[in-house]
Design a protein around this ligand. Structure first.
Ligand SMILES: NC(=O)c1ccc[n+]([C@@H]2O[C@H](COP(=O)([O-])OP(=O)(O)OC[C@H]3O[C@@H](n4cnc5c(N)ncnc54)[C@H](O)[C@@H]3O)[C@@H](O)[C@H]2O)c1
Length: 248
């Protein structure tokens, strides 16, 4: 059974390693998906490759006006929004000592502010559409000390988790469920290109009880569950897709 038949989704950062896997899974579940990303050309390519009922839209998640334009375009096309997946994100490698103010600002703008703007803009539309779900992509680095670096990223992703709980309570009786997926390191193509074979790659494995990186499809499956009515009694909650990392 397809769990998202007749449902419309806005997905951010759709063309990245996880975004494209999430898009594929949501389309397979029957959803109509607005594929959004700062990289519009990549959105075009992804939409052509995936097929299904999609919109391709440019969106910088840290730009409030751009959010308004996306919501208007989605409403015009489908007349409703049922699901928001706040997936867009950028990383950092600096430690508490070496992180720069410039990188801090960039990371917090995209990962933290972008998640808030998305919820603020789309949550009320989901409510007016008869209810649905917001799924925020956090990170194990925002839930643990991680590898003792990625400092601004850890701060922003920790905030994604607390914003998820706070927003969940706000909308609890109004049909808008808000949950987070908390992945550890997932072996996406971009991640493997960046870190494959490096010391960081070895540290990722060494800290993961399952001793392997996650698969993008394993994150997408958790997103599909939280987006669908199968998780109808779940809000303010988190699914750790982390190979056991948080159990250590
Ligand atoms: N891959 C992992 O191991 C992992 C682990 C934990 C959490 N995450 C989180 O999952 C999400 C997706 O990560 P990924 O691995 O696919 O990364 P990725 O770098 O492959 O993709 C990120 C996407 O976000 C887009 N993007 C960047 N800045 C943007 C902005 N301002 N507005 C809109 N889009 C923007 C990029 O164009 C890209 O398509 C991120 O939030 C990331 O922090 C990833």
């Amino acid at each position: 059974m397809r769990r998202l038949d007749g449902r419309t989704v806005i997905l951010t950062g759709a063309t990245g390693g996880l975004g494209s896997a999430i898009a594929k899974r949501l389309i397979a579940e029957g959803a109509s998906v607005a594929l959004t990303d700062v990289d519009v050309n990549a959105c075009e390519k992804l939409a052509d490759a995936l097929g299904g009922d999609t919109l391709r839209l440019g969106l910088d998640v840290s730009d409030a006006q751009a959010w308004s334009a996306v919501v208007a375009a989605v409403h015009e096309r489908w007349g409703a929004v049922h699901v928001l997946v706040n997936n867009a994100g950028i990383g950092s490698l600096g430690t508490v000592e070496t992180e720069t103010r410039e990188r801090w600002d960039q990371v917090v703008e995209v990962d933290q502010l972008g998640t808030w703007l998305g919820m603020r803009q789309v949550g009320p539309v989901i409510e007016r559409s008869g209810g649905g779900a917001i799924v925020n992509i956090a990170s194990i680095l925002g839930a643990t000390g991680g590898l003792a670096n990625s400092f601004s990223y850890a701060a922003a992703k920790g905030a994604v988790r607390s914003m998820t709980m706070n927003a969940a309570l706000h909308w609890a009786t109004r049909g808008v469920r808000v949950n987070a997926v908390v992945p550890a390191f997932i072996g996406t193509e971009p991640l493997l290109k960046r870190y494959g074979g490096t010391e960081r790659h070895a540290a990722m494995l060494a800290n993961t009880p399952m001793n392997r990186l996650g698969r993008p499809e394993e994150v997408a499956a958790a997103v599909a569950f939280l987006a669908s009515d199968d998780s109808g009694y779940t809000t303010g909650s988190e699914i750790f897709v982390d190979g056991g990392w948080s159990a250590r």
